[in-house]
Design a protein around this ligand. Structure first.
Ligand SMILES: [Zn+2]
Length: 254
């Protein structure tokens, strides 16, 4: 079984002491490849270093909407250069997060649209973070089409999912599926066509039920696989093969 964790923040400080061991344990459980998206400009250099050190790691470069105070206009130009020079797999993680009422919506929209433009310019897929803003994100994607992408930790409606799928996007599902109270999310994961789904942990956040309260890790991706297989009443082998193929296809991984 070859699984791909399409969203894990292995560069974060919480993995500083045992990053290599975490990756080795995950690989022993069949999690063969890790996609690590950036959250802010100051992390790009260490992400690029991680990418060069580890064959099993691919990276995305970008600016996350929940870290607005870390971003500046100069970073847009720097991202343009970094995409040219480093050729990461994707632009990410980018998007809109309107969860907090006090969020800087105008600033987020400007930043998101600028990064979509760069993704279009460099012909790269995007890794999206979207909370309480799917309709706004879909509108931005209609205005500024990109080649493909993943909506990470998808939490929208089936209709919104169909709109993303029509724009060559896959939807990321992870640890939340392991909780029995996630009935809306489980229903969605059951209804969607399998070729629209990719697996992710979002480590170190959103830990699976089996390790609740602990640091999340890509080594827990098999729990997400198990939960998705149970919800869809399909075998783990079928789900593993399809979701990994979906990830390879959408991100242009060989
Ligand atoms: Zn993330």
């Amino acid at each position: 079984m070859q699984l791909i964790d399409t969203h894990c923040h292995l560069d974060f400080e919480v993995f500083a002491v045992d990053r290599a061991q975490v990756m080795a344990r995950a690989q022993a459980l069949g999690v063969e490849h890790f996609i690590v998206p950036a959250v802010q400009q100051s992390s790009w250099q260490s992400l690029v270093a991680l990418f060069h050190q580890q064959d099993c790691v691919d990276i995305a470069l970008g600016m996350h909407p929940m870290f607005m105070s870390a971003h500046s206009e100069a970073h847009i130009e720097m991202l343009d250069h970094a995409l040219e020079q480093q050729r990461p797999l994707a632009v990410g993680e980018i998007g809109l997060d309107f969860y907090a009422p006090e969020s800087d919506r105008q600033g987020q929209l400007l930043l998101f649209r600028a990064q979509l433009q760069l993704a279009a310019k460099h012909q790269l897929p995007v890794i999206l973070h979207v909370r309480k803003a799917h309709d706004e994100v879909l509108q931005c994607l209609r205005d500024i089409p990109v080649i493909a992408g993943i909506v990470h930790a998808f939490n929208g409606s089936i209709q919104q999912a169909q709109h993303y799928i029509g724009m060559n996007f896959k939807l990321g599902f992870g640890g939340m599926l392991t909780y029995s109270h996630s009935s809306k999310l489980r229903a969605l994961a059951q209804q969607l066509t399998l070729n629209a789904i990719v697996l992710e942990t979002d480590a170190p956040d959103m830990t699976v039920m089996q390790h609740r309260g602990q640091r999340n890790s890509p080594e827990y991706l098999p729990y997400c696989l198990k939960a998705l297989a149970a919800v869809r009443q399909q075998s783990e082998e079928v789900i593993a093969e399809a979701t990994s193929e979906n990830a390879r296809q959408v991100l242009g991984l060989n």
